[in-house]
Design a protein around this ligand. Structure first.
Ligand code: ADP
Ligand code: MG
Ligand code: ZN
Length: 471
């Protein structure tokens, strides 16, 4: 029997607020263990939490960017469990009234993956298992999280990958999180079930906890899909369970079987008042949302007429987009701005993270100046590329490389003279070209470029050379 995969993701995203969700401690990553702590975030008896306003604002921003409705009256709940990563023995989270509900993330196919809810909660501390001991670092305890729960709308590992990437991109664009999976600021619980193809009734699901890389999500989903199909084909039943994925073996194993909401004895958090958000605040946050990734991609393709493959190289990196858009707004042509960025500048930014950070010592202003020289035919594109490359390495302005007096370019009669010299000095190439060998003309371009130190407009030279040779 063939089975259809069904999946929904619960994604935890650490918010980039400066301070923790219920106290003034820093949220900075790392630090000496247990130095980013206070009585509140280590759960000392009698310490009282105060909700960080920024956390609510960031979560609303995330909700609006994923097309959710915002519950303007909401509250927090206690989720009770006993484990050393949480000294209070409960996590402050949200249960029956999440801040955001009923949204979606759109995939490039147009398919929408529903967002059931987004709620705010606190992160727990980190357990470090070391030479027979378990050490606890509470620096991460109380760092604000949003949990984004998707509908079971995901039908393949490819869709899961795209969903996570899109979510990551949206969160980065709106500045609520850096979503670094390797540092744990974004992690996913992957729920998986299978059902006979064509069926409408979902099967029993398993949940793979705490996935911290997109490629592991992909591998774990494929493994778990195969495993479930095999169990069913052998006449067995899927047992609802929480699984862990072993990165080394590529297999899943059971952590614990079925847990239910009732196991957590949720109840309203008595130490925090009901949260009431003025409608005007929601409107204000909405009006400040930047253009979202998919909107930008479509605008690049439809309005700026950037070809789709190149537009995709750009839109993933917010800082690169801001740079290119500034260069264009300063008068540079779209074509040269885009091509020089993805050509010259990207060659200096080999990793995803490099492009993400876009920390080159070159400004949009100087880049625009340079590109305008190329646009106006005052320098050729090769010289523009070489100059931008140096600017990006050395951080100097255009004027350090191209002098005013160089900019006159090469006037038409001078260019004609140089073309004549090119033919005189390369009679064989000229003859070959005349005889039909089109590539022979490159030798003549070479002469012209050298004689003019790259200043000649090669298109013009091409026309003159052809006229001189072919008559
Ligand atoms: P819990 O909070 O106990 O994990 P939820 O009902 O909130 O349970 O569901 C968690 C996630 O599991 C959601 O992302 C949802 O889309 C997904 N999910 C629910 N049922 C299924 C199923 N049969 N197969 C795959 N995923 C499912
Ligand atoms: Mg769950
Ligand atoms: Zn604290």
């Amino acid at each position: 029997m063939k089975y259809q995969l069904v999946s929904g993701l619960e994604t935890h995203v650490e918010l980039a607020t400066k301070t923790k969700i219920f106290c003034g401690c820093t949220t900075a990553f790392g630090g000496e263990p247990n130095t980013h702590c206070c009585p509140v975030c280590t759960g000392q008896p009698g310490a009282l939490p105060i909700l960080n306003k920024k956390v609510v604002e960031y979560a609303i921003r995330a909700g609006l960017a994923t097309h959710c409705t915002i519950n303007t009256t909401t509250h927090l709940d206690r989720k009770n469990y006993c484990y050393p990563d949480l000294p209070k023995a409960y996590q402050i989270s949200q249960f029956d009234k999440p801040l955001c509900e009923h949204g979606y993330v759109e995939l490039e196919s147009g398919k929408r993956i529903g967002i059931t809810r987004i709620h705010i909660e606190e992160d727990a501390g980190k357990l470090v298992h070391e030479s027979g001991y378990t050490l606890i670092d509470y620096n991460r305890g109380g760092v604000p999280l949003i949990e984004i729960v998707s509908e079971p709308d995901i039908s393949s590992p490819e869709e899961a990958k795209e969903y996570v990437e899109k979510l990551q991109l949206i969160m980065r664009y709106i500045g609520v999180s850096d979503c670094k999976m390797q540092e744990g600021s974004m992690r996913c619980d992957v729920n998986i079930s299978v059902m006979p193809e064509g069926s409408k009734e979902f099967g029993t699901r398993t949940e793979i906890k705490n996935m911290n890389s997109i490629s592991y999500i992909d591998k774990a989903m494929r493994y778990e899909y195969e495993r479930q199909c095999e169990v069913l084909n052998d006449g067995g039943k899927i047992v609802q369970a929480t699984l862990r994925y072993d990165e080394k073996t590529g297999e899943t194993s059971v952590m614990r079987t079925k847990e239910d909401a009732q196991d957590y004895r949720y109840f309203p958090e008595p130490d925090i008042l009901t949260v009431v958000i003025p409608e005007s605040k929601v409107e204000e946050i909405k009006s400040q949302l930047p253009e979202l990734p998919l909107e930008k991609l479509n605008r690049y393709i439809d309005e700026l007429k950037i070809n789709p493959a190149t537009a995709r190289l750009l839109y993933k990196y917010k800082k690169v987009c801001d740079f290119v858009e500034k260069v264009i707004s300063l008068g540079a042509s779209v074509k040269n701005a885009v091509n020089l960025t993805t050509g010259v500048l990207y060659s200096k930014l080999p990793t995803e993270e490099d492009k993400e950070n876009f920390a080159l010592p070159v400004t949009a202003e100087e880049t625009a100046k340079l590109i305008k020289l190329a646009d106006e035919g005052k320098i050729n594109i090769t010289l523009a590329q070489q100059t931008l490359s140096k600017m990006a390495e050395e951080g100097n302005p255009v004027s350090a490389y191209i002098k005013e007096e160089d900019l006159a370019g090469v006037d038409d009669s001078e260019l004609e003279e140089i073309c004549k010299q090119a033919i005189e000095n390369n009679p064989a190439a000229a003859a070959d070209f005349k005889g039909g060998k089109e590539k022979a003309i490159f030798a003549l371009y070479g002469f012209v470029k050298k004689a003019t130190q790259g200043k000649a407009d090669i298109k013009k030279a091409d026309a003159i050379l052809k006229k001189l040779i072919l008559g």
